[in-house]
Design a protein around this ligand. Structure first.
Ligand SMILES: [Fe+2]
Length: 444
């Protein structure tokens, strides 16, 4: 970790447990408190920003580092690796890296699709890694992709397709929709008209539709790249999954920002979206990702009535939280339960809290796991007990950090008894810096 003197000079995203780690470890036989469920065989991989030089100009610009917690027959091991793209190899800054769609930080998310483990960052193309977290190479879908690809694709549990989009603030088209078939072939590349370039971090998918979010973090060279401009308005664009730009219907909503939706589904001619909505975001510019009362996200439900042509907007939970996840087997379908990480409100910079929330969307209730004093969690992911077990029958996993001991642990919670003590707490052999998103990759 940095020295206290150095830390005083550092921006928030390089202080404390945000500060990067440099060594790549492989450690087996980790100490476990409790018992690792025998059903869990696979690897949890979490991505995050981890600048190799120890410096990045912005939280978003650090090199991708993947941390893997591998579970097998009740035992745990750990490994971490940088994602070794040209952005890493040449230690680029973002201004240089942004010019080359291959030079990705690869620092935001990870998904397995069509037999490939892919890492993502939203301004570049995906990069493939292997099961041991070694870097394989860039994925351009046979030369069809040479521009940004979101870090939040959705994999349809019914068709096996990977649905995605890419937004490009500095070049046209500013938005493109991508559909990738279950074999990993890009079968649709559809430019979508939007009135101005905006930051589109995530989106929504239902059984028959995709819903783009044209929300007013607007590209602006005057404000370091992007700034919140509510006067530009906010709209949701609904398109059939195999539709075209001409099919998109736009619906006005109250200006706001959503980094992460939870899930969405269809009820007849209505589309029901659950989102972590914040009234404002990046007010004054890209540097201001800070958290205050009106930039804290809370769970909302947006109901798009395709017949009436309007959107009903309702807050459904009053607790600040983000990093929403559901049982991924219900992506785009009706899910009863969602999981979020509590966020410390009004803390000046994003701060992950000690609370892992489980939301019952049918009842509008919330139950919470308290990770403990001095603990700060990460994105909580639901992992089913078996491929065929019911929606709530499984585990919620997350990597948490203890500020008092500077140690990180991998928590395995019982999804059906989320408030109870963890089923297992795996002591990780090193501090894992706060990061972004992860996924469980079950052994076949
Ligand atoms: Fe994200």
């Amino acid at each position: 970790m940095s020295t206290a003197a150095q830390e005083k000079e550092l921006p928030w995203h390089l202080q404390g447990n945000w500060y990067p780690v440099q060594d790549e470890l492989t450690v087996s036989g980790l100490e476990v408190e409790g018992e690792i469920p025998r059903e869990l065989n696979g690897i949890y991989v979490r991505n995050g920003m981890n600048p190799r030089s120890g410096w990045s100009d912005h939280w978003f610009f650090g090199n991708g580092m993947v941390h893997g917690v591998e579970l097998a027959d009740g035992k745990a091991s750990y490994r971490n690796r940088f994602v070794k793209t040209p952005y890493y190899e040449q230690d680029m800054d973002m201004l240089t890296g942004i010019m080359d769609p291959v030079a990705s930080p690869a620092n935001t998310h990870i998904f397995q699709h069509a037999g490939r483990i892919l890492t993502f960052e939203e301004a570049h193309i995906p990069w493939q890694i292997d099961r041991k977290l070694g870097t394989v190479g860039p994925v351009d879908f046979g030369g069809k992709l040479n521009r940004p690809f979101t870090a939040h694709p959705r994999i349809c549990p019914e068709t096996g397709e990977m649905l995605a989009f890419g937004y490009a603030p500095m070049s046209e088209p500013h938005l493109v929709y991508y559909r990738i078939d279950p074999q990993g072939e890009m079968v649709q590349y559809e430019p979508i008209d939007i009135p101005r370039p905006v930051m589109m971090h995530d989106w929504n998918v239902t059984r028959n539709h995709v819903i783009f979010m044209d929300l007013p973090i607007v590209f602006s060279l005057d404000h370091g790249g992007f700034a919140f401009k509510p006067e530009c308005g906010a709209r949701l664009g609904v398109m059939p999954r195999s539709g075209t730009n001409a099919d998109v219907r736009w619906f006005d909503i109250e200006p706001c920002y959503v980094f992460h939706p939870l899930n969405s589904h269809e009820e007849g001619n209505r589309l029901v979206l659950y989102v972590c909505r914040q009234p404002r975001a990046m007010v004054g510019g890209l540097d201001n990702v800070g958290s205050n009362e009106d930039t804290s996200a809370r769970l909302w439900r947006w109901t798009i009535d395709l017949d009436a042509g309007n959107v009903k907007e309702e807050q459904v939970d009053d607790s600040p939280g983000d990093f929403p996840r559901i049982d991924d087997r219900l992506t785009g379908l009706k899910a009863r339960y969602g999981y979020t990480l509590g966020m410390v409100p009004a803390s000046g910079s994003p701060q992950y809290d000690r609370w892992v929330h489980k939301h019952d969307l049918d009842r509008g209730t919330r139950t919470t796991h308290d990770l403990g004093e001095n603990l700060h969690g990460g994105e909580p992911q639901f992992v089913p007990r078996t491929p065929d077990s019911g929606e709530d029958d499984g585990f919620v996993v997350t990597i948490a950090h203890d500020e008092s001991t500077d140690q990180s642990s991998f928590f395995i919670l019982d999804a059906q008894n989320i408030e109870s003590a963890p089923l297992a707490k795996v002591k990780l052999p090193r501090r894992v810096p706060y990061g972004a998103h992860g996924n469980w990759i079950a052994d076949a």
